[in-house]
Ligand binder design. Structure first.
Ligand SMILES: Cc1cc2nc3c(=O)[nH]c(=O)nc-3n(C[C@H](O)[C@H](O)[C@H](O)COP(=O)(O)OP(=O)(O)OC[C@H]3O[C@@H](n4cnc5c(N)ncnc54)[C@H](O)[C@@H]3O)c2cc1C
Length: 471
């Protein structure tokens, strides 16, 4: 990838660190992002991936159409810009705002588009909700990319802005109630806590702010999310990072920074970084793995349908459950919620439906009665009965699809952290041993793309400060 001279000027020079050999476990987006950053510092990086690079993000063909599976939106694009600035690269992604922002939320109290447009009856209430958070918005990039240290003035300013925005509220539910929002808007806002399997009354207050902070700033690469994968791969490759696919790591010895591959081959590096789910890493370290059922997170059944023509739908529709408490109780019990959180993207003849499900690695297929009932609810609510049945072809990816390479229950964002470790103000366990660090879904609160890119930036900075491990 070319490096325009003007971009180079923005770039802080690589730390004069002695070049080391670094092995990264897992070629998901977190592992690939970190590979590019460490390659930029001159290290010899090798990524070991058990399957195909990209992890949850994949390009598949359904009914002759190309679909990108896994993440569908890039929120907080400033984190991506910070990542590129660290590499001294211009943005090759051509990020486009998603039409309709976070989409139309079909609450039991009426449909609410987020952001709420000026001609909508709820616009004034939306402004009441959003305006006090304007002060926080410029600090989000700092919170997501900077190690939480009060000695750092930028972090101090950002955390002060977060404290001001959250006020004395511990939970998202209490924060929303204090705003006295109309119930339709409160329901739409509260929906965003459910991605972590938490009802607003259990979710940290920060979750209630997210729709305001991201609603007008949701993007996706012009040529689809897989362009992010291609770009990360290329950014690493031009910095010498090698990605070995079909290379499953079966054992890790932190003391010697050795890893064993499934064929028995042993590789030694100066340092290892795990970009795996913490439960997967625990198994490789020979430690006991806790129950695969995570109670504070969710998985999902993703349906990718090739239609004969464009669906008469907005780009994004969100169907929250009618009752957050019932949803939470079901997810905690590992049971299927009676009406689940559903996310629908309609992009010409491509239709993607994500039905949130408990993280139990279940094999829910398109013909399962629960899946059929949820699809019918989606179609009824959106006024398109029989849409999926009319599709030329449908691919269903259930929780069991996400489990082998990620969280054992197939959690979309990894297991949610407990409240005292969640949020951007808490140090994460990046360094497990002087020769073994970790990045990725499992160690970043929220676990989506901004959190994993931000986490890779933090780990890169922390490693550079420590000049890596002893040889
Ligand atoms: C349906 C769905 C929708 C989503 N929507 C969004 C969204 O809109 N926006 C957003 O920001 N995020 C979204 N996410 C979350 C986002 O996809 C993840 O946060 C991100 O992809 C995680 O990247 P990762 O590299 O941490 O983990 P993973 O992608 O899980 O990568 C881990 C990698 O490690 C490999 N691996 C595992 N074990 C071994 C081993 N023993 N040896 C070698 N390799 C191994 C796996 O094969 C995998 O490639 C979504 C996720 C899903 C599933």
């Amino acid at each position: 990838m070319s490096r325009p001279p003007q971009a180079r000027l923005l770039h802080s020079p690589p730390t004069p660190d002695p070049a080391r050999s670094i092995g990264i476990l897992g070629g998901g987006l977190a592992g690939l992002a970190l590979a590019a950053l460490l390659g930029e510092r001159g290290h010899a990086v090798t990524v070991y991936e058990r399957d195909r690079a990209g992890g949850k993000l994949r390009r598949v063909t359904v009914g002759g159409l190309s679909f990108d599976t896994g993440p569908s939106l890039l929120t907080f694009p400033e984190v991506w810009q910070t990542f590129l600035a660290r590499l001294g690269e211009m943005d090759p992604l051509d990020l486009r705002p998603l039409p309709g922002g976070l989409g139309v939320h079909h609450t039991p109290f009426g449909a609410v588009p987020l952001p709420v447009p000026p001609d909508h009856p709820l616009h004034a209430a939306w402004e009441t909700y959003r305006t006090p958070l304007l002060d926080l918005a410029p600090h989000i990039g700092t919170l997501l990319t900077t190690p939480p240290r009060l000695g750092d003035p930028a972090f101090r300013r950002a955390s002060a802005a977060l404290f001001r925005a959250v006020g004395g509220h511990l939970t998202a539910g209490s924060w929303v109630r204090a705003r006295r929002l109309p119930e339709a808007l409160a329901h739409a806002v509260g929906t965003h806590a459910l991605n972590a399997g938490l009802a607003p009354r259990d979710a940290p207050a920060l979750y209630a702010l997210i729709p305001a902070l991201v609603a007008g700033n949701v993007a996706r690469p012009a040529r689809g999310m897989s362009q992010l994968l291609d770009t990360l791969t290329m950014l690493g490759a031009v910095r010498g990072a090698q990605v070995h696919e079909q290379a499953e790591v079966v054992r890790v010895d932190p003391a010697s920074a050795r890893l064993t591959l499934s064929g028995g081959e042993v590789r030694r590096h100066d340092l290892l970084v795990s970009a795996l789910d913490p439960a997967r890493l625990a198994a490789l370290l020979g430690r006991p793995v806790r129950s695969p059922v995570a109670r504070r997170t969710v998985s999902g059944v993703a349906l990718y349908a090739a239609l004969s023509g464009p669906a008469p739908l907005p780009f994004t529709s969100v169907l929250p459950p009618a009752d957050f408490g019932t949803f939470r109780a079901a997810v905690r019990a590992g049971a299927l919620p009676p009406d689940t959180l559903a996310l629908v993207h309609a992009d010409g003849p491509r239709l993607a439906v994500l039905l949130t499900a408990p993280a139990t690695a279940s094999r829910l297929g398109p013909d399962h009665p629960w899946v059929r009932a949820q699809v019918q609810r989606v179609e009824r609510t959106l006024g398109v009965p029989g849409l999926l049945a009319s599709a030329r072809d449908v691919l269903a990816l259930p929780p069991s699809h996400y489990a082998p390479g990620g969280h054992p229950g197939g959690a979309i964002y990894g297991a949610a952290l407990s409240p005292w470790r969640g949020g951007p103000l808490h140090p994460q366990p990046y360094r497990l041993h002087p020769r073994l660090w970790q990045v990725g879904t499992g160690v970043h609160p929220g676990g989506g793309l901004p959190a994993i890119l931000g986490g890779a930036l933090m780990v890169d900075a922390l490693l550079a400060e420590r000049r890596l491990a002893p040889r």
